[in-house]
Design a protein around this ligand. Structure first.
Ligand SMILES: [Ca+2]
Length: 132
């Protein structure tokens, strides 16, 4: 954590070219770092719209009662892109069979992003996810 903040600060300081921007740089890095270790689903392509991050190992077997962050909008069948910055693969599926995930499968490989689920035939399908 501290190392990542230091790196982010260093980059921000370099691009700003002055230490006068130090407080702003710290605010930016603290905002970015929580998502760095999350599997994040986004409402639209290209990481657009609402988002929701899942900490590594934090399975959610029913997105039918999960809200996009900061909203009262259910996220089931509405995700269109993702970033998986965790060190674990995530399996996302289109449906449920009792308490189990079921139906079409989407594999979110660790440390990858996918800017569109459309070419995976998985746009607006995500209903259930678990880390492996
Ligand atoms: Ca894709």
């Amino acid at each position: 954590m501290k190392r990542k903040l230091a790196i982010a600060f260093g980059i921000a300081a370099l691009s700003a070219g002055t230490l006068a921007s130090a407080p702003a740089a710290l605010a930016d890095s603290s905002e970015a770092s929580p998502r760095a270790t999350y599997f994040t689903l986004y409402q639209f392509e290209d990481k657009g719209g609402e988002h929701k991050g899942f900490a590594s190992g934090n399975d959610d077997r029913s997105l039918g009662d999960t809200y996009w962050t900061g909203t009262r909008t259910i996220m089931e069948d509405a995700a269109s892109s993702m970033t998986n910055n965790t060190s674990r693969n995530v399996t996302v599926r289109e449906g449920k069979d009792g308490d189990r995930c079921a139906g079409q499968v989407y594999h979110a490989v660790k440390n990858t992003s996918d800017m569109s689920f459309k070419n995976n035939h998985f746009d607006n399908e995500a209903s259930c996810l678990y880390f492996s």
